[in-house]
Design a protein around this ligand. Structure first.
Ligand SMILES: [Zn+2]
Length: 278
């Protein structure tokens, strides 16, 4: 058989096989080539020149999405009380302090450091999925971020979604679990409903990561508030994730471990991905 005939026969057979998973050589008696030992030998001995296979570029699932990540508080806040307590617009016509120092574990692991480290892990994971990530602060040594950076930066950056990362500081050390905060009656149109969906996706992702909600914050682990300036200023779907309770010894141990922070980060990214891909 000439090479061109052989190729034609092989192509025809391949197409037949590809078109029907149940089709075997017996269904193609006219060519009599598929699977015959002679052909296999011939193919092995005389490789058919083919173009160098080009790997099909696999588009990462979050390509084209912009995710705004706000690691709550900042490492310099405690040392700069005047700047941190400076009044800023609360997003509803009133004022409130720029920021706070955040909470800390019993072993003095500060919330701002936890938030920053989880945010860094979240950023890396999101970028691996193809998303563009914008952060509300550049490091863990500054002051703020004030509401301008916390809430408005997401809309300014054209973000599809805003995730603010925090840990809670309930005094009762038996309190445990995450909760999600969404805006109630956002001053910006079209934010309430997708923010709720985002929070629900986040609750599901945390559940899948074997993290439980704090029952003090309702059955579904989601609370809607009007007093979170960062959420009030957000013009995009936004959720404030309280990963857990820093005064709870078990949760503090999880937060203080790199593996634990990766677990929180993975859950946050899973929640974002679920929301964006829906
Ligand atoms: Zn916080």
């Amino acid at each position: 058989m000439s090479r061109s005939l052989w190729i034609t026969g092989l192509l025809a057979s391949t197409m037949l096989l590809a078109g029907c998973s149940g089709a075997g050589p017996a269904e193609n008696p006219s060519t009599g080539t598929v699977g015959s030992p002679a052909e296999r030998t011939s193919a092995a001995a005389t490789p058919v020149p083919t173009e160098t296979p080009t790997p099909t570029p696999v588009e990462e699932p979050l390509t084209g999405f912009v995710v705004a990540v706000d690691p709550g508080h900042n490492g310099g806040n405690a040392a700069h009380p005047a700047e941190v307590t400076a009044p800023v617009p609360d997003g509803r016509g009133g004022i409130k302090a720029c920021n706070t120092t955040g909470t800390a574990s019993a072993t003095d692991y500060p919330e701002h450091a936890f938030n920053w480290e989880v945010a860094a892990a979240v950023r890396e994971r999101l970028e691996d999925l193809g998303a563009e990530v914008v952060l509300s602060r550049e490091d863990d040594e500054g002051v703020g971020p004030c509401v301008d950076e916390r809430g408005q930066f997401a809309g300014d950056a054209g973000a599809d979604v805003l995730v603010s990362i925090h840990a809670n500081g309930t005094e009762d050390t038996s309190a445990a679990g995450f909760h999600m905060i969404v805006v109630e009656d956002s001053p910006h149109a079209g934010v309430d409903e997708p923010s709720r969906t985002l929070a629900e996706d986040m609750v599901e992702a945390f559940g899948a990561a074997d993290l439980a909600p704090n029952p003090a914050y309702g059955d579904d682990g989601i609370v809607a508030r009007t007093d979170i300036a960062g959420l009030n200023h957000a013009k995009v779907p936004a959720v404030l994730v309280e990963c857990g309770e820093m005064r709870n010894p078990d949760e503090a141990a999880l937060m203080e471990s790199a593996a634990g922070r990766e677990r929180y980060a993975a859950a946050i990214v899973a929640g974002v991905q679920e929301f964006l891909e829906d």
